[in-house]
Design a protein around this ligand. Structure first.
Ligand code: ADP
Ligand code: MG
Length: 466
């Protein structure tokens, strides 16, 4: 089989874990599989880089650049010693040089007090620039021949929107040309999360972008399967950190996985489903700490079991915006004016609900977009057909996900009855057209309990059908 394997941050969190990953990869290679690997930065490093860059640019605090660089050196060189003892001398200079460049960039950011989105992308790509040489040395330590590539060298060409770039169609051809010839004699190790524009400027692919790198590359090389290795046994019925009796799902469809990740399930990046889906390549989510467990297969089929409700997910950091005004009744184009005002400011609308009297439109947006959304909407207020705009950050959105929900009216009834019985007040229900989810909004303090109530109501911790 030809496989693309992606290892997330916790899977390469220290030297022991990298060694373990090298064993997984080399044993799969010995079985005769052709393999390409995508790797994330060591757990937590990307966030540290973002925080450090922001702090330095603000210029408020005296920069702690040197100790920060020293701590990165400490962590990465230690991992190298453990994972690839025979390669310490040959790989250390690479780590050292990369950290020197990073230090120089940080100093430049501090002196200029300016952090452009372009320099920020370059800075945060260092998580992978540091982890990948170590992992590739760990592979060599296990006897594998490897070739190390950054996202750009691997052929990922993206749009220029920094921090949230999208792969362009030309990537497919470039990746194919670059990677496929390497597979017969080596295991290419590709730095996740990053690509570059056609001009070679480094871009990053958004939160959890390494999942997206994995499916872009996996699809381009026509992998038989894409394996996302993480720290849980697969896609689960709910976030296991929140719901202790959450259970892993053996199968889930692309669309279900997309809805789950869109509504906050961190295990897969929602955008990452698309490249695999286009080519019908199954994605397998597996646990590095439990490699013999089969994991979850994400594929096209939607009705592999009788269950309609498969999983419940919660998204925190969101805000509700209410647009009220009787003047809206019967006026064509009002919604359009509102939505284009928001679109012009790049506000992502996650959920919409319109009261039947048309006197009210409610929107759920990312919390970080609230200020610009309110700013954009203040211009709409001046047109006179909107009376009032209010907002609320003390809310969470919850989605109940499963194929065929729209065709089963009884399900929505069960959801809202169960929540009512538990005394949970529903602030908004989305009238989304998706066939695979029912989503609603509750107060933050009710969030976890709402997920648990529904997890119990649909008996998701049991293997039998509810
Ligand atoms: P990685 O570093 O491997 O990319 P992530 O932290 O991005 O790992 O994703 C894995 C985490 O996603 C799990 O540890 C789990 O806490 C969280 N998670 C949230 N919702 C779910 C879910 N429905 N199923 C599985 N994991 C979930
Ligand atoms: Mg992830």
């Amino acid at each position: 089989m030809r496989l693309l394997m992606k290892f997330g941050g916790t899977s390469v969190g220290d030297g022991e874990r990298m060694k373990h990953v090298a064993e997984i990869v080399s044993s799969s290679h010995r079985e005769g599989n052709e393999l390409a690997v995508v790797v994330s930065g060591m757990s937590g490093v990307t966030d540290q880089l973002i925080n450090m860059a922001t702090e330095i640019a603000s210029g408020i605090k005296k920069p702690t650049i040197d100790p920060f660089i020293a701590s990165l050196w400490e962590r990465h060189s230690k991992a190298l010693e453990v994972a690839a003892p025979d390669y310490v001398t040959s790989v250390s200079p690479t780590l050292h040089n990369r950290l020197e460049s990073l230090k120089n960039i940080f100093n430049a950011v501090y002196n200029l007090r300016e952090l452009t989105s372009r320099s920020k992308d370059y800075i945060i790509s260092f998580g992978e620039r540091l982890s990948a040489p170590i992992l590739s040395a760990a592979f060599r330590q296990c006897g594998l021949n490897t070739i190390l590539l950054d996202g750009c060298e691997a052929g990922i060409v993206t749009t220029p929107n920094h921090g949230d770039a999208l792969a362009l169609p030309i990537s497919e051809h470039r990746i194919k040309k670059k990677i496929i010839p390497l597979l017969s004699s080596s295991v290419p190790v590709i730095m996740g999360y990053m690509g570059c524009t056609d001009q070679g400027i480094v871009t990053t692919l958004g939160r959890s972008g390494s999942d997206y790198s994995a499916t872009i590359v996996g699809a381009a090389i026509d992998a038989d399967e894409i394996w996302i290795w993480t720290d849980v046994n697969g896609v689960m019925t709910a976030d296991p950190r929140l719901i202790t009796n959450a259970r892993e799902l053996p199968f889930i469809s692309y669309l279900e996985a997309m809805e789950l990740s869109f509504f906050g399930a961190k295990v897969l990046h929602s955008r990452s489903l698309e490249p695999a889906m286009k080519k019908d390549i199954p994605i397998r989510v597996k646990n590095t700490f439990n490699p013999s467990y089969p994991g979850t297969v994400v594929f096209r089929e939607e009705k592999v079991d009788q269950r309609i409700v498969k999983a419940i997910t919660i998204i925190e950091k969101v805000a509700l915006v209410n647009i009220n005004g009787v003047q809206m009744i019967g006026r064509p184009g009002v919604a359009k004016t509102i939505f284009s005002a928001l679109a012009n400011r790049d506000v992502n609308i996650m959920m919409i609900s319109q009261g039947s009297s048309e006197a009210n439109i409610s929107l759920i947006i990312e919390e970080t977009h609230l200020d610009k959304a309110l700013d954009a909407l203040s211009s709409v207020l001046t047109y006179g057909f909107v009376r009032e705009i209010t907002s609320n950050k003390d809310i969470v959105a919850i989605a109940v996900v499963g194929a065929g929900m729209a065709g089963s009216p009884g399900i929505a009834g069960r959801i809202f009855t169960a929540l009512g019985k538990a005394g949970i007040n529903i602030i908004m229900i989305s009238q989304g057209s998706s066939e695979v989810n029912v989503s609603f909004v509750v107060k933050t303090s009710d969030g976890k309990r709402a997920v648990q109530v529904l997890h119990d109501e649909f008996r998701l911790s049991e293997v039998t059908n509810a």
